[in-house]
Design a binder for this molecule. Sequence first.
Ligand code: SMO
Length: 762
Amino acid sequence: MEKFGKSQAVKRTEDIRLLTGHGRYIDDIAPEGALQAFVLRAPVAHATITTLDVSEARQAEGVKLVLTAADLDEAGLDMAMRAGLVKNRDGSDAAAPKRPYLARDRIRHVGEPVAFVVAETLQQAKDAAELIELDFDELPVHMEFVQDTNAPIHEEAPDNRAYDFGLGDEEATKAAFDKAANVVRLEVGDNRVICNAMEPRGCFAEFDGKRLHVAFNGQGVWSLKSDLAKALDMPEEAIRVTTPDVGGGFGMKAAPYPEYFCAAHAARVLGQPVHWMSDRTEAMLSDHAGRDLVTMAELAFDEQNRILGYRVHTKSNLGAWNSQFGQFIQSFLFARVLTGTYDIPAAWLRAEGFYTNTTQVDAYRGAGRPEAIYVIERVMDRAARELGVDPIELRKINFIKQFPYETVSGENYDVGDFPRVLDHAIADADVAGFEARKAESEKAGKLRGIGLSYYIESILGDPSEDVKVTFDEDGGATIYVGTQSNGQGHETVFAKFLSDQSGIPLEKISFVQGDSDLIARGGGTGGSRSVTTQATVTLTAVRDMVAGLGEFLAEEMGVDPDEVRFDDERFRAEGSNVSPTMLEAAAMAREAGREDLLSWSAHTAIDARSYPNGAHFAEVEIDPETGVTEVVKYTVVDDFGNLINPMLAEGQVHGGVAQGIGQAITEHTVFDDDGQLLTATFMDYAMPRAYDMPWIGFDVEPVPSTGNPMGMKGCGEAGTVGALAAVSNAVQDALWERGVKQVDMPFTPHRMWSLMGNAGTA
Ligand code: SMO
């Protein structure tokens, strides 16, 4: 009954609902009459709190509760937010200051939560927050990614450095550089971006005297459930966490945030539902940001332009506190694909993370992998220019060609065919026609450049996932998944996958996600893991179901169990004229009182690691008069292994590329020297618009992964991973002849104009 992916581009069943305004988001499902919460946030970046007096606010009209750190301490909450820590290269531990839900004695970034006000209406909560007396002594503000003992943010890190991580072989890399014929160096900046999910964060909490229910718009319910149990000192069984429709997550919504704990505690204290919803500026101040690092990268080449060694020193901004994955992203996860798709015998990564008086930086579509690929693809491009080799040729010379291949960071690339994928992209992008297009652009007074980026991703994360399939009284089936759609189309993909594998008609399948009471476990969504893990575990459940129902049917048919086959969507046995479908077989089992055959749970722990990779070609046009940069042509060819819904994979690539173009061209996060965010509204922070997007050509060149039975590779983040360097290399190409040799995102009109001006030619 092997019946693997059918590669059908079914349209998204959830789209009618979502596109006609019938999505049910957190704000739509908060209980009628819930109390409303408002968070008083720090107005300055760094200060010692001298007075925090909430007595007047507590007396204000409609106010039910005002929480400060002192109240949470008094209530015995364990206020240490979960944060992954890395080891320093000398073996010691990274700094681990304990981040409270509400600022305790000290303010460390603008927007840090200080008090949580709960009232009958939101306006009352806001009015009461105005009555809170907050006084402080300002401290020197630290904004640079450097060691500095003058403005320490945490006692645990007196020089503001959180970690000094190392990976690879420093000595061997040095030896490689010593014998190099050529060395190419480039400093690369990776600008800070604000996630700006379409739906800001929000939650509500309710407590019935026994059980606590917290609903929030996250990327998975189980980790928050265990965090809440620990923080509130409640047994896990007493907590239910749910997630409704979610309007975008992108890694930012994967983390626990203080407001969820405050709302939960408030609901427990008050015995009434408490609802909190972020507004847009609040989101820009308090959601985890992305990227924000600078890297010095060096490549050593031999006479034949083969890479001998790669040395990288990156310095990244963690914000004011360690967040969930903050320390991991620009160190451990960066290291995963440090050397990209190239055969590099010796490499050394040094990654330092610094605290600054800014909002935390955490996962943002790709989490460390886009950052690493950005660096290697930028410096490869620079190397091609300095060595006088075609950038395509230089990549082909250095591509890994033998598989499996173990990288210096310990990744085991199982399969791949990078030259084949690149050749396909060269044809699709019509690289041969570039000079003619450039001449056309020049006629119109524009500079044109082309840029290539060849990315690889390493799909990591918890390899286990859960599924449950039930046969229901109404004659249909329900699939309960452990992953969580943030808008990617899981409802379609996983129901369709079950349908393809089991023959159950799609319209008979209901879909359930995001409820910790309805499925035992689940890893949630992140790191491009969902399709690989969820499809694999569903396959297991279907196999169990076929075996279990087959055995039952054998009795009914009067044959041996091994004579029952399941193919062409029916159970059959030689000599029997009974040939039920899966749903008919389940109905027979129900009739026979075999409840045990009506619910199928499976848990799979595969090493779901896979290595999606592909080529991006971007072409930009720059107007030297205005400095406006437009991405005018874009082509992607990906190796995603086998796809189960190519249309949705293409949608993921489009969205990912759009996110990358946004970072490269329009998005710019600006703080002033005092740590005030100057780009805290959409008037000042430019998200990419539809008209900033070119048509994106997309095709695939599949080399199936050996890491999972379906041969799939994760595709959710790949578009972003490839896009940053493709666009930047295109901009560099356009400006190189004008003498501009250092370009850094974002390529806003102002920056471009001054770059060209500085080169003395504009
Ligand atoms: S940045 Mo993602 O949710 O791994």
